[in-house]
Design a protein around this ligand. Structure first.
Ligand SMILES: [Zn+2]
Length: 276
């Protein structure tokens, strides 16, 4: 009898030691929530969120409890340093510091303090935010919002990127290096630049005021290079501007398929903003 109880305790201990570092949190559904919004906020796909919660339908009810990964919180223990916490989490120290604006002195942390530990995205983690700190206003995730402007006014389409609002003329820098695949005027994007950053991905910068005349299809761009200036071009024939507030439209396209598909750039922009 006693021997069995001991074995059970040993097994439980072994299970606790081998449990993965990530734990789960509970999210309670509020009015207006969608699976997509909850998944995005937790850096998951809708499919992953549905599978984690064994959901068979996309409909949610207010008050419904969903399991989401608890990626964020860490409670400081005696002897911890920010550098040590960052190293163990595999994030740069500056990303950890930037994720915790409540710290007035990053060298002074104390046991029991709760820290937000950011999770690097699985791709493009080494990229950078396309606008300099302090040159733009806060941006929100408006990917997949409805957009009604089309050349013949006939259709509703979905917004294929995230808009970062900034004054006309604000410098725009390459988020990652790559090869220019499109440059010049596009009815929707105005003066736009498409840069292939890897075998299956292109970054798209639109509504630019202007960019270097030296840019041409096939040319290379390095990360951090000045690629142009924020503007309000597009939504008409070449030269059309001012039909909306100046902003950088940043999009990510999956180019491996014959028809390009879009990907939500928001989680990457958030990471790039933290990691600088
Ligand atoms: Zn846009």
């Amino acid at each position: 009898m006693k021997k069995t109880a001991l074995s059970c305790a040993a097994l439980l201990l072994a299970a606790a030691l081998s449990a993965p570092a990530a734990s789960a949190a509970v999210y309670t559904v509020k009015a207006g929530d969608t699976l997509w919004a909850i998944a995005t906020a937790n850096r998951m796909t809708v499919t992953e969120l549905m599978s984690l919660n064994k959901l068979t339908t996309a409909s949610l009810r207010i008050g419904q409890q969903l399991t989401v990964p608890d990626t964020g919180n860490y409670i400081v223990k005696a002897g911890d340093t920010l550098y040590g916490i960052a190293s163990r989490a595999g994030v740069p120290l500056r990303a950890l510091v930037n994720a915790n604006p409540q710290l007035t002195n990053p060298n002074a942390i104390w046991p029991g303090l709760r820290l937000q530990v950011p999770t690097p995205p699985s791709s493009f983690a080494a990229g950078q935010f396309p606008l300099a700190k302090g040159t733009y206003t806060t941006f929100t995730n408006n990917y997949a919002d409805a957009r009604t402007w089309t050349p013949d006014g006939s259709a509703v389409r979905t917004h294929e990127g995230v808009d970062i609002f900034a004054p006309e003329g604000t410098p725009v820098y390459a988020a990652m290096g790559g090869t220019i695949t499109n440059v010049g005027w596009n009815t929707y994007g105005g003066y736009r630049l498409t840069v292939k950053v890897d075998a299956g991905t292109a970054f798209y910068y639109a509504h630019l005021q202007k960019y270097s005349q030296a840019f041409a299809k096939g040319g290379t761009i390095r990360q951090g290079q000045l690629i142009g200036y924020v503007g309000s071009t597009g939504y008409g024939p070449e030269g059309t501007k001012g039909r909306f507030l100046p902003h950088l439209h940043f999009g990510i396209y999956n180019t491996a398929t014959s028809t390009w598909t879009t990907q939500d750039p928001y989680p990457f922009l958030v990471w790039w903003e933290l990691n600088r």
